[in-house]
Design a protein around this ligand. Structure first.
Ligand code: PMP
Length: 349
């Protein structure tokens, strides 16, 4: 496949040199460090935070490389996947000229970030069962279509899209194809990271915010060719991943079996919630879920949403979202939380 990354890039980004860190020349841990205008006395917190963190996140990428089966040079770390989304627009989309293809209903930040970066949005809706329309997507694209965002499992519909449709788009879409796998750990679907060496236009996003339970730390990952990763590294703020985040995630990775147990529990709770919700006569539809949430269709969703809030049970109202009319998006909680939701639903419906 012919894919010319340089012709996709914004010209001024192509010309940028990677920044250099104050500590590039000396990577040892021991030394008298008078190069970065830090406070030599430490910090008043229990743990010392006075030194800048590793801007390349080398140790962390080494560990992520092992668990994800990709090379460290194929990994970008962002302050949440949200930072990666923003940097992709900044690298590839000329404001006021280029466009992005979005597939609603889908994750809101693709649109928010496009608007912030003055990137035209072209929308091709999913089908009524939330699948891709590959031919329509290609028809909507032109030579200024720089990025296509595919979310699978998709937020808010919770389903995975057909793998062959994604492969078709990887072969035929001329720009960058982003596959957002924020919820992949709740799915039996294999990750598209296995296709990275086959498609130079593929970028896969994952996050520590969902299955890993580390949303507050803000750590997202992008996996792509070394060339694409180099570009993202060139334009990220040098210290975008804090030292605390790097250390904490390293400890979490060392404890991966615990995370796997937690995922299994969430999947069990998803089944529990699904079977209990099905018993409610007013529940019209529950979409098949490959994520840690359920999209549930109920009559008068706005009213049910408000009534649940009065019971201090907060779900996401998606009633106004395309193809999600009268739907609530409900995150799978602990057994106690799920029972509280069911109890409140019993009361309000
Ligand atoms: N992608 C999808 C599909 C999401 O639903 C979310 C968060 N809700 C994100 C990305 C953002 O994740 P992060 O916390 O890593 O910024």
């Amino acid at each position: 496949m012919s894919f010319d990354l340089n012709s996709l890039l914004r010209p001024h980004i192509a010309k940028l040199q990677p920044y250099t860190s104050a500590r590039d020349e000396y990577t040892g841990k021991e030394g008298v460090f008078l190069d970065a205008n830090e406070n030599p006395f430490g910090s008043i917190t229990e743990q010392d935070f006075n030194r800048y963190p590793d801007p390349y996140q080398s140790e962390l990428k080494g560990e992520i490389s092992k668990i994800k089966g990709v090379r460290p040079s194929q990994i970008f770390m962002g302050n949440g996947s949200d930072e990666a989304i923003d940097l992709l627009y900044r690298a590839f989309c000329n404001p006021g000229k280029d466009n992005v293809i979005l597939l609603p209903p889908t994750y809101g930040m693709y649109e928010v970030s496009a608007n912030i970066n003055d990137v035209e949005i072209r929308k091709v809706s999913l089908t009524s069962d939330f699948q891709l329309q590959p031919e329509k997507i290609l028809a909507a694209a032109d030579s200024n279509s720089k990025i296509l965002f595919i979310c699978s499992p998709n937020n808010p519909s919770a389903n995975k899209v057909k793998r062959e449709d994604v492969l078709f788009l990887l072969k035929n879409f001329k720009g960058l194809v982003v596959v957002d796998e924020a919820y992949i750990d709740f799915s039996d679907e294999p990750s598209f990271t296995t296709e990275l060496d086959n498609f130079p236009n593929l970028l896969v996003m994952q996050t520590f915010s969902k299955a890993w339970g580390l949303a507050s730390l803000r750590l997202g990952m992008a996996f792509a060719s070394e060339e694409i990763i180099r570009i993202l590294n060139k334009i990220k703020p040098p210290y975008n991943i804090s030292g605390l985040t790097q250390e904490t995630v390293l400890a979490a990775i060392a404890n991966k079996p615990k995370v796997e147990t937690m995922i299994r529990e969430i999947l069990e709770e998803r089944e529990f919630l699904l079977s209990e919700l099905k018993k409610f006569p007013f529940v019209q539809k529950i979409h098949p879920s490959h994520a840690n949430f359920l999209l549930v269709k109920v009559p008068h969703a706005n009213q049910v949403y408000d009534d649940l809030i009065a019971e201090k049970v907060i779900v996401r109202n998606r009633a106004k979202v395309l193809l999600c009319e009268d739907c609530l998006r409900i995150t799978v909680g602990t057994r106690e939380e799920n029972e509280a939701l069911l109890k409140a639903l019993n009361k309000v419906c």
